[in-house]
Design a protein around this ligand. Structure first.
Ligand code: AMP
Ligand code: GLY
Length: 423
């Protein structure tokens, strides 16, 4: 079959790398892909939010399945767009429709959903533009730190942890003032949960689900988890502080009630659902839903799969996910360290030439912000590449990564040298 992956990050390269290994695949396309994805398929220069452009490729290349990597096209309704077009309705889209995507597209919607279905989460209240004083009054009655979130999508930058009232005021002014446009004109103020973060993922067809391995994403740009939040700059799977009984707790307290809630609401959901979690004491709390696989979580979770991912997607699209055998190599662990452009998550320069010295031993490079310009591989984003390794122990995987990370070089390269420090 012919498959198109929508997106251009490390997650999409990883999904493509895995799908390219499937005997069921004929041709693989990326829209738009990056400097690494051409190794797995063909890049076509159309953005994931350009639905009409994607339509043309799908018809031209006789695509049977569209795998949607990032949230933006999902929240914009790519799934509904395909479903409603008689020329496209036969195409399997992996990812939820507009309604299901609200779990990620609106923090307020997600929080209300969690409350309604009694899914353990932080206490919260939402405020609209014009309710600045009410929001401040509410915050004044809380203990610091204060968690303030933009309601809509803000490219992973819409959550600010404020240590005092001054920071809270500034954040509210920024959000209501429009730094994230409409996405921040409504805010959610949340109780701070103090614990250890981890993420869980399921692939679901709305009836059944398959649980993927847990992952631990390092979000802060600086060593020892300091500095600004990024989209994720290092990752491990599995999670050492999540044992079997805690994992079962996640399924019982969070995953099953969420899927039951979606069913009760009559919201169809076919795709990955990602649960951003906090382990507080020995209890799981949910911080957020994402309606897609994580990035860089995909880079450590997918390489640990023994089974054919494309087979899973086919089963999902045919409503027989229960027949799919998801096999994970439980004897392996995986780690990823992101090479980023100096300045990320703030402003950074692009177009820096990337050199890679081969051979690479026991590591795989998943590209993100890379592109080919006049035959040269150059940087084109903040997160440039994930250096990943799968091994028997974290120590081994991290040694392979850090021993060879110098083999990839570009001007202004930075990375965290302490991924895995806490395990
Ligand atoms: P989110 O996009 O909701 O996952 O938030 C981004 C990051 O902010 C999370 O990965 C956490 O590190 C942090 N965060 C979000 N909500 C809370 C909370 N209620 N308590 C503590 N930290 C939080
Ligand atoms: N790594 C966090 C995310 O994918 O949202």
């Amino acid at each position: 079959m012919n498959v198109m992956i929508v997106g251009s990050g490390g997650r999409e390269h990883t999904l493509g790398w895995k799908i390219a290994q499937s005997p069921h695949l004929t041709n693989l396309y990326f829209a738009p892909g990056n400097g690494g994805t051409w190794e797995a398929g063909e890049n076509i220069n159309v953005k994931g939010t350009d639905f009409a452009g994607l339509r043309e490729i799908v018809l031209d290349k006789k695509i049977d399945m569209v795998v949607v990597g990032p949230e933006e096209p999902l929240v914009m309704g790519i799934d509904d767009y395909f479903w409603e077009d008689p020329d496209l309705s036969h195409v399997a889209v992996i990812g939820p429709g507009r309604e299901g995507a609200r779990l990620e597209g609106s923090k307020e919607y997600a929080n209300r959903f969690m409350e309604k279905y009694k899914i353990p989460t932080a206490g919260y209240k939402s405020f609209s533009e014009g309710q600045y004083d009410e929001a401040l009054d509410y915050i004044a009655g809380m203990q610091p730190p204060y968690v303030i979130k933009a309601d809509g999508l803000a490219a992973g930058k819409g959550v600010v942890i404020c240590n005092n009232m001054g920071e809270a005021k500034e954040t509210l002014q920024n959000f209501f003032g429009g730094i994230f446009g409409e996405a921040g004109k409504k805010v959610v103020v949340e109780e701070y949960l103090d614990g250890r973060e981890l993420s869980a993922f399921v692939l679901t067809d709305g009836e059944n689900y398959k649980m993927f391995p847990l992952a631990r994403d390092y979000k802060k740009a600086g060593e020892n988890d300091t500095g600004p939040n990024t989209g994720g700059i290092g990752c491990l799977s599995p999670v050492p502080y999540a044992d079997e009984s805690f994992t079962m707790e996640i399924e019982e307290q969070i995953i099953r009630p969420t899927l039951a809630g979606l069913k009760k609401e009559g919201v169809p959901f076919k795709g990955f659902l990602y649960f951003g979690l906090m382990k507080v004491g020995n209890k799981p709390y949910i911080l957020e839903y994402n309606v897609r696989m994580g990035d860089p979580e995909a880079q450590v979770v997918i390489p640990r799969m023994n089974s054919d991912l494309l087979e899973g997607f086919v089963a999902l699209s045919e409503n027989r996910l229960h027949e799919y055998k998801l096999e994970i190599d439980d004897t392996s662990v995986a780690a990823a360290v992101i090479l980023a452009s100096k300045g990320y998550p703030g402003d950074y320069e692009k177009g820096k030439e990337i050199s890679i010295s081969v051979p690479l031993e026991d590591i795989v490079l998943f590209h993100a912000g890379t592109a080919y310009e006049n035959g040269r591989l150059v940087t084109s984003g903040g997160r440039v590449m994930a250096v990943t390794s799968t091994a028997k122990t974290y120590k081994q995987a991290l040694a392979s990564i850090y021993d060879q990370i110098h083999k990839v070089d570009f001007d202004g390269k930075y990375f965290r040298s302490d991924i895995g420090y806490d395990i």
